[in-house]
Design a protein around this ligand. Structure first.
Ligand SMILES: [Zn+2]
Length: 415
């Protein structure tokens, strides 16, 4: 995920550039202490996140929070949903994923699972993406608990976001059963505390081509799975060209159209064997108002066209699509009261769109309006020496302080 090119400061808006020159701030020490604890849990997506979830659940339940947990099938990972304040009315969710991407093969200057403060930058895996936000939110839990809240503040901590927004779907299924649902979700992915009201959706698809293997000298008797796959991949490429040239377009996104990309292809065993199997994976990253199902229907139609010739040579020939993951885009109206509230909390008058996906799209899709706003820069995410600055955490602290004021004493008509 990236907000803008890493070294491309010229691509920043005037507002973003002026933010870079503001004097640096320092956050409360309990936010840094909480981040230190969170970073020490190696919650790489392949690992269990239960130790972190246990710590968060204990911290929150000690403050009187109501806790709901949902698990993965093997009960090695959990989502946590906690509520402080009056649960009988719609509240505001502070949401983030607990998992981080692997550090394998990356050259870190310090232990990635030990928070290291160097010149006002806090280094560690997940500091930007997105334990910095979780640390600030959890550090504020005692403040929320100590105030007479006029609306509940919820904490949503998910698992397996980095491998396709997997975990949060179970959390959202669980919330669907609630009588009173949250009115807004703030997803604290790193946006440098700017307000992101839209992002693209994503559909990941695996295609398996079953052909018929034989000696290549007798290729009139075989069905070449690699060549069939290549034909579909070439059509996907043509589809991308068409979308680039004819849209639909939304100039708020970069690139301003839906993208189609093939990332993996595997097939064949030897040059003198007609390959019997080939698989490839592609993805569609759609503008939030561009339904990817229409594109998928077109792709399936191409496969239908190829099948008769394949089946004439082998009854087992086939083309199977597995739409293994799909994450909805986020498309909040700039005038939505939730967007306006988050703008007022962040001290940001604008909104931005990003091309990466977050859990916010799934929250909105499930009927809970969502906005992305959190500390740190996406350019630091997923890399060696990932960091979040003290300044960014301080800005997040101010944001949460204003949320605390608002949740205690909401101004009529503000939201
Ligand atoms: Zn993230």
């Amino acid at each position: 995920m990236r907000l803008y090119d890493e070294s491309d400061v010229s691509s920043l808006s005037v507002r973003e550039r002026s933010a870079l020159t503001l004097p640096a701030l320092a956050p409360r020490s309990d936010i840094v202490a909480m981040l230190d604890r969170l970073v020490a849990f190696d919650t790489t997506s392949r690992n269990s996140n239960l130790a972190l979830i246990d710590m968060a659940a204990e911290t929150l339940s000690r403050l009187g929070a109501e806790i709901r947990l949902t698990w993965n099938d093997s009960v090695t990972k959990a989502n946590l949903f906690a509520t402080l304040g009056p649960a009988d009315r719609p509240g505001i969710v502070l949401s983030g994923h607990t998992d981080v991407v692997p550090v394998d093969g990356q050259a870190w200057s310090s232990d990635p699972f030990h928070l290291d403060n160097r010149d006002g930058l806090l280094y560690g895996r997940g500091t930007a993406d997105m334990k910095g936000f979780l640390a600030a939110a959890l550090a504020f839990a005692p403040d929320f608990a100590a105030c007479p809240l006029a609306m509940p503040i919820h904490f949503a901590l998910s698992y397996d976001e980095e491998i396709g927004c997997i975990g949060v779907r179970r959390l959202l299924d669980d919330l669907a059963g609630l009588e009173v649902r949250p009115r807004l979700c703030i997803v604290g992915e790193p946006t440098e505390m700017t307000v992101v009201s839209g992002h693209k959706g994503k559909k990941s698809v695996r295609c398996e081509v079953l052909g018929h293997e034989c000696h290549s000298a007798l290729n009139d008797q075989g069905v070449n799975a690699v060549e069939i796959a290549a034909e579909i991949v070439a059509r996907l490429r043509a589809m991308q060209r068409r979308l680039r040239e004819t849209g639909p377009f939304d100039s708020g996104y970069r690139p301003p159209y839906t993208t189609v990309h093939t990332g993996v292809i595997k097939g064949g065993t030897a040059l003198n064997i007609v390959p019997g199997e080939c698989s490839f994976e592609f993805e569609i990253r759609n503008l939030p108002r561009h339904d990817p199902d229409g594109l998928m229907a077109e792709i399936r139609y191409w496969a239908e066209e190829l099948l008769p010739e394949m089946r004439a040579r082998s009854s087992r020939a086939g083309i199977i699509f597995d739409e293994n993951n799909s994450t909805a885009g986020l498309d909040m109206d700039a005038n939505d009261p939730g967007v306006r509230l988050v703008q007022s909390l962040a001290g940001d008058t604008g909104t931005a769109f990003v091309s990466y996906t977050t859990e916010a799209g799934l929250f909105q899709h499930s009927g809970i309006p969502a906005v992305v706003c959190g500390p740190g820069n996406i350019a630091q995410a997923h890399k060696a020496d990932e960091f979040v600055s003290l300044d960014q955490l301080a800005r997040c602290e101010s944001f949460l302080g204003r949320l605390l004021d608002y949740a205690t004493n909401p101004e009529p008509g503000r939201f």
